[in-house]
Design a protein around this ligand. Structure first.
Ligand code: VG1
Ligand code: CO
Length: 546
């Protein structure tokens, strides 16, 4: 094998965010930009010679080109075996599954998740470690540090390999196996859920489902699992062919961007169950007929009912949620006598807790739920979990939720995003709030009838490796424990995105049926007042409400 060593100069902006490095496709196409980052990943790792690397992505524009580059660089850097999904495709949870099953050293996922794709869209790359989960901050910090001084990279001087058939190739001493992206993952799902009960549900003559893959990676997985293995009618799934530009859509499963599915579900006599997943297959949105399940509630319902699913029949060890996620899961943990951990935003913070068996299920308000079956959030897993619950309980999504609220109380919850505001405006808002915290200015003040009890900026110490993460979100907590949380997104590529998370607990069963925006109206106004969003950004309404 001819290995070329190419000299290169560092890029200043290769700091991984909440989930890897995300930039515009155009940025990734700049000469040596991707190569520098990939070499920085390899330089940050030790003892990977002759070991296995898993590579795949969500099929977005530039996925194939990037896959070829990474294979050639991994071979030149001394990996012994590279497993690549056919077509360069692998969902994020499938990468996690395959790393674990094959005991690989690590994996590289190519995705910008829910960000739009295509030549004008976004691209991304993240590194996953041997437990199958996202690299922790110690590694991402080291990758960034190396990227700041890198001066060369290594790449095998060979032809592109054929990614489209299941074959094995050799580049020097490195074996490259093109693998079926779906089968290992589908087998894992079959080992967790009651596929007989699901088959019966799909064929009971009444139940109808609509799953929307949003032209992204979960299409082939949904086809294999729902249609081939569970015998669901063909029209149970839609938009299931992954396209490089996601059909010009925005593959983010929420009420705004998954409007095609939402319209189907919010009509009379629509399907009983609806779900969607995002670009790389790790997010999920769950809908009932005319009914939206808040992701925070979804986590709580799963935790409360986990023993109904074969894979969790023995019970769960504990629960974790990201800080901005509603405290609905905490109430379940309390009742079950379990620990509930509160982590910063981003799946990488769940890895140690899962590895140490402190928790079994975990989730984020951003349409992410998962468990110890892999080390990523997992969209189709969540959908199958809900289907399994529906099959066992023989009840509607809405009834399952209403009964849950009666038992545990309801945490009214919403997130308001102000997307693509100027970076300076985003920073100005956080600065303003941080000043308020530092001077204790807000404590004791009353806004729209609510008095503020505590203000802080969330910090976290990992209970296992004791690493700390500071400034993970501004929290404003009121006398009745209602909360406002403010933070800037770490996944956007244009300007800043301000996220405001709103929450209020309602124990009274007679008051649990309001629309969340109505129930939270005073907190929404309070957020505007305290952060002066209108004054600083000129915006009066959020871009996306979830
Ligand atoms: C967002 C979500 C966060 C999630 C992250 C990656 O991050 O809020 O909960 O873990 O995306 O998800 P941020 O920093 O933009 O708020 V994915 O599906 O984009 O890998
Ligand atoms: Co995603």
């Amino acid at each position: 094998m001819d290995i070329k060593t190419i000299s290169s100069i560092p890029f200043s902006d290769q700091k991984p965010g909440t989930s890897g490095l995300r930039k515009t496709v155009k940025q990734f196409q700049v000469e040596n930009y991707l190569e520098n980052f990939v070499q920085s990943i390899f330089n940050s790792l030790e003892d990977f010679q002759n070991k296995t690397l898993v590579v795949g992505g969500d099929g977005r524009f530039y996925n194939r080109e990037a896959t070829q580059i990474i294979i050639k660089m991994a071979a030149a850097n001394g990996f012994g075996r590279i497993l690549v999904g056919r077509g360069g495709l692998l969902s994020t949870p499938a990468v996690s599954c395959i790393i674990r099953k094959q005991q690989a050293f690590g994996g590289i996922v190519l995705s910008a998740s829910h960000n739009p794709g295509g030549p004008e869209g976004d691209f991304g790359i993240k590194y996953n470690i041997g437990n199958g989960g996202p690299a922790p901050e110690s590694i991402t910090n080291s990758i960034f540090a190396i990227s700041q001084t890198i001066n060369e990279y290594r790449i095998a001087d060979v032809e592109d390999i054929d990614l489209d058939s299941l074959q094995t190739f050799n580049i020097g001493g490195t074996t490259i196996e093109v693998i079926d992206p779906v089968s290992d993952y589908a087998d894992l799902m079959e080992s967790i859920f009651d596929f007989d009960a699901l088959r019966a549900l799909f064929n009971n003559g009444v139940f109808k489902m609509k799953f929307d893959a949003m032209h992204a990676i979960t299409g082939p997985y949904a086809d294999e699992i729902f249609i081939n293995r569970l015998g669901a009618p063909k029209d149970s799934i839609m938009n299931c062919v992954p396209l490089p530009d996601f059909g010009k859509g925005h593959p983010d499963p929420n009420l705004t961007y998954a409007h095609e599915l939402v319209n189907i579900m919010m009509q009379d006599h629509g399907p009983d169950f609806g779900a969607a997943s995002d670009g790389d297959g790790d997010r999920n949105m769950v809908l009932g007929s005319n009914f939206f399940v808040t992701p925070s509630d979804s986590l709580a319902v799963m935790a409360a009912n986990a023993t109904l699913v074969p894979g969790y029949a023995e019970g769960i060890n504990g629960i974790a949620r990201s800080m901005p996620t509603s405290q609905a899961a905490d109430r379940v943990a309390e009742k079950l006598g379990l620990e509930c951990y509160e982590t910063p935003t981003g799946w990488k913070f769940f890895g140690n807790l899962l590895d140490a068996d402190k928790i079994t299920v975990c989730g984020e308000e951003s349409f992410g739920t998962g468990s110890n079956h892999v080390r990523e959030k997992d969209g189709l897993w969540a959908v199958l979990f809900w289907l399994n619950l529906i099959a066992v309980k023989n009840d509607s999504v809405e009834n399952i939720l209403v009964n849950h609220w009666r038992t545990y109380g309801r945490n009214y919850y919403s997130r308001h995003d102000y997307e693509e505001i100027p970076l300076q405006s985003g920073q100005a808002i956080i600065k303003r709030l941080t000043n308020y915290i530092d001077s204790n200015f807000l404590v004791g003040k009353t806004y729209h009838g609510n008095t503020i009890k505590i203000t802080d900026n969330f910090s976290y110490q990992d209970p296992i490796d004791k690493s700390t993460s500071l400034q993970q979100g501004v929290r404003i907590i009121f006398e009745d424990d209602s909360r406002l949380v403010f933070r800037l997104s770490g996944t956007g590529t244009k300007g800043a995105t301000l996220r405001i998370y709103l929450e209020r607990f309602e124990p009274d069963g007679n008051n649990q049926h309001l629309d969340a925006q109505q129930a939270l109206a005073d907190l929404i106004d309070t957020a505007q007042d305290i952060a002066d969003i209108k004054g600083i950004t000129g915006r009066v309404t959020p871009t996306v409400i979830t």
